[in-house]
Design a protein around this ligand. Structure first.
Ligand SMILES: C[S@@+](CC[C@H](N)C(=O)[O-])C[C@H]1O[C@@H](n2cnc3c(N)ncnc32)[C@H](O)[C@@H]1O
Length: 262
């Protein structure tokens, strides 16, 4: 990752976190993988939250990630899958800015915002060049970003008060309370530094697990269109949601870009 493995130490909670567990994007990626009719590359595959359902649907998929911690969760989950699903999957440790798998894919996806970990235009263009090299001529790229909310960014209270989510329970009975603290926000560089805290209550008392910190860059709709064009992509569709509602139909919504090679 651009800043070390910011997910190490919190990876075991990822799949149980309510907003991740309930995210309505998996069916969208499964549909797109089946529609592509060829091998899929998921960049920033993490714990396999999307990758495993795609493999279960019958697609052949390679997952790339720069976090050993996240990949190890994915590997453990795969061990519980039957052989006919496991053989559809290849996992690779690598950086999305500089990888070379020596093959091309019908579909390249970057689900749930890994691209926002890239903090400079140079890194963004290096990543898009790597994605393009791995895309078959008629293939498609799906780059999934959040649409920045101007109200949220302009509200100083969001820097003072951590966002606390309802608690959830781990399979072993530990109770977890998750908080996201925004440590800093640079409105000029379009970056926010956050830390994700997990307050875990178990038989041995209360422990706090912290992420990274993680630094994320937010990107606006026409900014991504220009970046894609510089990298040799043409934007085909932009969705605001995984139900395929068009960009602009809700605010802020998501910024889900479907692009082809020019
Ligand atoms: C929010 S998670 C998304 C994981 C998964 N795609 C999902 O939908 O649940 C972001 C992932 O991007 C990965 N990542 C961040 N920077 C990366 C980089 N430079 N190269 C490859 N992966 C990266 C992280 O390790 C993490 O697993």
């Amino acid at each position: 990752m651009s800043e070390g493995d910011g997910y190490a130490g919190i990876e075991e909670f990822y799949d149980y976190t309510i907003p991740y567990r309930d995210r309505q994007d998996v069916h969208f990626y499964v549909d797109e993988a089946l529609r592509a009719g060829g091998p899929v590359l998921e960049v920033g595959c993490g714990t396999g939250r999307v990758l495993i359902p795609v493999a279960r649907a019958g697609a052949v998929i390679t997952g790339l990630d720069a976090s050993d911690a996240m990949l190890s969760v994915c590997r453990k989950k795969l061990e519980c899958e039957p052989e006919e699903i496991r053989r559809n999957v290849r996992l690779v440790y690598g950086d999305m800015r500089s990888f070379d798998l020596g093959t091309v894919f019908s579909l390249v996806t970057v689900p749930f915002r890994p691209f926002q970990h890239l903090l400079t235009v140079e890194d963004q263009l290096a990543c898009l060049a790597a994605l393009r090299r791995h895309l078959a001529p008629e293939g498609r790229l799906i780059l999934d970003l959040f649409n920045p909310s101007l109200q949220f960014l302009g509200d100083p209270k969001t820097l003072e008060t951590p966002l606390e989510e309802p608690p959830f329970e781990m399979p072993d009975g530990r109770r977890v309370l998750r908080r996201i603290r925004i440590l800093s926000r640079d409105l000029y560089k379009q970056v926010q530094q956050i830390v994700i805290e997990h307050e875990v209550t178990g038989p041995d008392g209360v422990n706090i697990h912290r992420s990274g910190p993680l630094t994320l860059r937010y990107i606006f709709r026409y900014e991504i269109e220009h970046l894609l064009a510089r990298a040799g992509f043409e934007l085909e569709t932009v969705y605001a949601d995984y139900d395929r509602s068009p960009y602009g139909s809700k605010y802020p919504g998501d910024l889900i870009c479907l692009a082809r090679r020019t």
